[in-house]
Design a protein around this ligand. Structure first.
Ligand code: HEM
Length: 156
């Protein structure tokens, strides 16, 4: 499965906008999760009552992913691990667009005048690449089923 490539300009837009909101990471993550639960209140029970640690984990992981945008292997393996974890949390493909909209919304709020159409497009593309990979990981069988361990051929 091919992955859509990012241009250098898109990577720069995503990184510099991320750096701006990261300066107010607590505000950003609070706005983000509030928006997720406003858009889809039915998924609130999937999350812990106390969101403090998750807010921190989410923004830290996003920082790592944004740092890996020009390094496909790292980006995709990060998304693979997240995809497997999210399968365990009960996350389904239809949840991803909700999180996309909440993320875009919270970035737009955090960035004010620095939020432009180009920045939004770049973020949508990056989110699409990560989410697509997370979802693909979800639906694939575990390695033990897809690649059975066979014994090496015997020497004569
Ligand atoms: C690009 C998309 C996403 C990213 C980067 C992301 C990131 C994370 C991270 C870093 C964690 C902490 C645990 C871990 O590392 O596995 C986490 C947990 C979680 N995420 Fe996501 N997530 C994404 C999308 C979603 C979506 C679409 C949902 C749908 C509802 C979701 C629901 C959850 C839940 C329920 C937890 C577990 C909370 C807990 O029990 O501690 N995430 N996510």
């Amino acid at each position: 499965m091919g992955i859509e490539m990012l241009t250098v300009e898109e990577i720069v837009r995503v990184r510099s906008s991320f750096d701006r909101v990261f300066a107010n990471a607590t505000d950003m993550t609070t706005t983000f999760y509030d928006r997720v639960f406003e858009l889809a209140p039915e998924i609130r029970p999937m999350f812990p009552a106390d969101m403090t640690n998750l807010k921190h984990d989410f923004i830290s992981k996003l920082a790592v992913l944004v740092g890996s945008l020009d390094e496909t292997t790292g980006l995709l393996s990060g998304a693979d691990i997240l995809g497997r974890n999210h399968l365990r949390y009960g996350v389904r493909p239809e949840h991803y667009p909700v999180v996309a909209e909440a993320l875009i919304w919270s970035f737009a709020r955090g960035l004010g005048a620095h939020w432009t159409d180009e920045v939004e497009q770049a973020w949508r593309k990056v989110y699409g690449i990560i989410a697509q990979r997370m979802i693909a990981t979800d639906s694939s069988p575990p390695p033990s089923l897809s690649s059975p361990i066979t014994s090496p051929p015997r020497r004569a």
